[in-house]
Design a protein around this ligand. Structure first.
Ligand SMILES: [Zn+2]
Ligand SMILES: [Zn+2]
Length: 256
């Protein structure tokens, strides 16, 4: 069994096709999918999809791109939504200093507020970090953000940062970029981080793995990420599938 630990099934790219996409995933051995929100509306949609489909779980939160939308009213709505049993984590939250679609101080404030929601609800967090490694680490450490566990999704940092984050309680999730030829830094992380801290994801509809790169991504393609990880770790696909699924279920406390 494979798990796609980070997908955006509610994205408009999948509209009208969600059932077919989930079906294709099942045929590829992907039996569970974690559907992640990026703002209030997409978080609500994630919960609705999770309620309708067995094996789908929701993550609710506001992405750093949308940090400007996190008013105090939205914070209380995310808080209420996140109490739902189908919501396995708060996310995706974090910092994106590559695109800076919300001002950096607003991103930081939104990140901290949502870490606090997760701590109050005793839920893990899903972190998005792009070009903000040091700042993300500083906040995570100061706020004890890993106290209920969490995952650095689509991890793009160096091995030393991976080690520091693991000490703070985090798991690392690898996406399509690990299949790219020039992703040397990510190959090193994938090859050397302890197997009991690794997860896999698609981040679909983005980040399509090789050799499908250029097309729309979907959860079935998490198998390509698993195959690359198996190659880098000198393990079988079955071993990688088993271990990454176990880790995902541990972080998100998925029992069924
Ligand atoms: Zn992200
Ligand atoms: Zn994402």
């Amino acid at each position: 069994m494979l798990i796609d630990s980070h997908a955006h099934l509610q994205d408009k790219d999948f509209s009208g096709e969600i059932d077919a996409v989930i079906q294709r995933a099942a045929e590829a051995g992907v039996q569970k999918i974690v559907c992640v929100g990026w703002d209030l509306e997409s978080s609500r949609q994630a919960v609705n999809i999770a309620r309708r489909h067995k094996g789908i779980y929701a993550v609710a939160g506001v992405h750093p791109h949308d940090a400007s939308s996190l008013t105090s009213e939205v914070i209380s709505k995310i808080y209420e939504l996140a109490k739902d049993d189908k919501v396995v984590a708060i996310g995706e939250i974090g910092l994106d200093y590559y695109r800076n679609l919300s001002p950096q101080d607003v991103q930081k404030q939104a990140f901290i507020e949502q870490i606090r929601i997760a701590r109050e609800l005793h839920k893990p967090i899903v972190i998005h970090d792009r070009d903000a490694h040091q700042e993300v680490y500083n906040i995570v450490k100061k706020e004890k953000a890993g106290s209920n566990g969490g995952v650095m999704h689509c991890f793009s940092g160096h091995l030393p940062l991976a080690i520091d984050l693991m000490k703070e309680g985090f798991y690392l999730s690898l996406a399509g970029p690990v299949t790219y030829k020039n992703a040397k830094k990510t190959h090193e992380v994938a090859a050397r981080v302890p197997m009991d801290r690794l997860m896999i994801e698609t981040d679909c509809p983005y980040l399509t793995p090789e050799p499908q790169r250029g097309k729309r991504n979907e959860p079935a393609h998490v198998k390509l990420v698993a195959e690359k990880l198996a190659e880098l770790r000198h393990k079988t696909l079955e071993e990688v599938a088993y271990l990454t699924s176990l880790n995902t279920q541990t972080v998100f406390r998925i029992k069924d």
